[in-house]
Design a protein around this ligand. Structure first.
Ligand SMILES: [Zn+2]
Ligand SMILES: [Zn+2]
Length: 155
């Protein structure tokens, strides 16, 4: 039997359509994070990696449910990595973004560490490249730690 969805009024086969069902589920999940998301928003921190956030990430892709208020602050990169896959909980989505970040920087994370004596013997350009890579590795390590800590909060 086709009726109207109690939430959005679109024709559907149940009391509430599937889109509204997913939306209410994600809403409930996000409610459990209200305080921490509010704090991150005040500090302009990415909800996935802790970097400065200048984007809003739609926890359910906009294409799926239209304009809605389920957004979290995020950096450009995590916003991109989050992609358009649909997750039923914010925790699952954070886990997904964390794994994507880790995969993206796999080579950097595996790079050997050089001590300053080894570096001193190197050609200047190579030394600079390695020092830059070391800085980049420190940054991604901090971001991944933020992601892990945040994930452990609700487990
Ligand atoms: Zn509906
Ligand atoms: Zn981020």
């Amino acid at each position: 039997m086709i009726t109207d969805c109690a939430e959005c009024g679109l024709p559907c086969r149940a009391e509430v359509c599937q889109v509204c069902l997913v939306r209410s589920f994600v809403h409930r999940d996000l409610m459990s994070y209200t305080e921490v998301i509010e704090e991150l928003r005040e500090r302009y921190m990415c909800a996935y990696c802790g970097e400065p956030a200048d984007n809003k990430e739609h926890v359910i892709p906009r294409a799926y449910v239209g304009e809605h208020r389920f957004t979290v602050p995020s950096c450009w990169e995590c916003n991109n990595l989050a992609g358009s896959r649909i997750f039923l909980t914010f925790t699952d989505k954070r886990d997904h973004v964390r794994r994507k970040l880790e995969r993206k920087y796999k080579k950097l994370l595996k790079m050997p560490e050089w001590d300053r004596y080894e570096l001193a013997e190197m050609d200047g350009n190579l030394r600079q490249a390695l020092l830059d890579a070391e800085e980049a590795r420190k940054l991604i390590t901090v971001r991944l730690e933020f992601a892990s800590e945040f994930l452990s909060l609700n487990r």
